[in-house]
Design a protein around this ligand. Structure first.
Ligand SMILES: C[S@@+](CC[C@H](N)C(=O)[O-])C[C@H]1O[C@@H](n2cnc3c(N)ncnc32)[C@H](O)[C@@H]1O
Length: 188
């Protein structure tokens, strides 16, 4: 399904980053997972199949994608462990009340920094924040020149990286693979 989704141009997680996510989920065995940016549900399904005791809450803005994701959850038999909140993550994240053991941040790239305080407040101590696209097309580490229209997103992502790497309550590893992945553990 991932191959088919890639061919259709769906923005699915790239292969090495996908493997890293699944390794992390298998090692962590999170009881509750939060996914920002569900798309058609492929990463969510993979996480749930890798960790049979996990439950997933997703946030997705696109109603059509949600319909497909729900159908995909059914096909893979994980529909009883997955729910989706439909709407803008900027509005939903601040009112989340749950506690999560793993958060997969894969939504709009210009908003990671804005989401961060809220996400950390619903992440349990010992929990993991896994973020994709943190090098944002090579613009963030300067390997690719940033087109003017992406300057705001790039600066916001730089602030996100600074915040997760300089906060002493967090331990972050930055992976320079594909579009960049960060894995942050909440220490206290
Ligand atoms: C990269 S895709 C997610 C891919 C998915 N995690 C996977 O690997 O299978 C990003 C998703 O975020 C959704 N999205 C974009 N802006 C959003 C927002 N403001 N709030 C919630 N979801 C949003 C898009 O519709 C898209 O489906």
């Amino acid at each position: 399904m991932r191959e088919r989704a890639k061919q259709k141009g769906e923005p699915v997680l790239r292969d090495k980053s996908f493997e890293l996510l699944i390794e992390t989920v298998k090692a962590k065995k999170p009881f509750r997972i939060l996914e920002i940016g569900v798309n058609v549900g492929l990463s969510g399904i993979a996480m749930l199949l890798s960790s049979p005791t996990s439950n997933l809450t997703g946030i997705e803005i696109d109603e059509e994608k949600i319909k497909e994701a729900k159908e995909n959850y059914r096909q893979f038999g994980v529909e009883n462990r997955a729910k989706i909140f439909q709407g803008d993550a900027s509005e939903i994240i601040p009112v989340l009340t749950g506690e999560y053991d793993l958060i997969f941040l894969d939504g709009p790239k210009g908003h990671y920094y804005e989401y961060l305080p809220h996400l950390l407040s619903v992440l349990n101590v010992g929990g993991i924040l896994f973020a994709d696209n943190v090098l944002f097309r090579g613009y963030v580490d300067g390997t690719v020149k940033t087109p003017h229209r992406y300057n705001t997103t790039k600066h916001s992502m730089e602030k996100f990286i600074k915040a997760i790497t300089e906060n002493e309550n967090l331990k972050t590893t930055l992976y320079r693979i594909e579009d960049g992945v960060s894995i942050t553990e909440k220490l206290k």
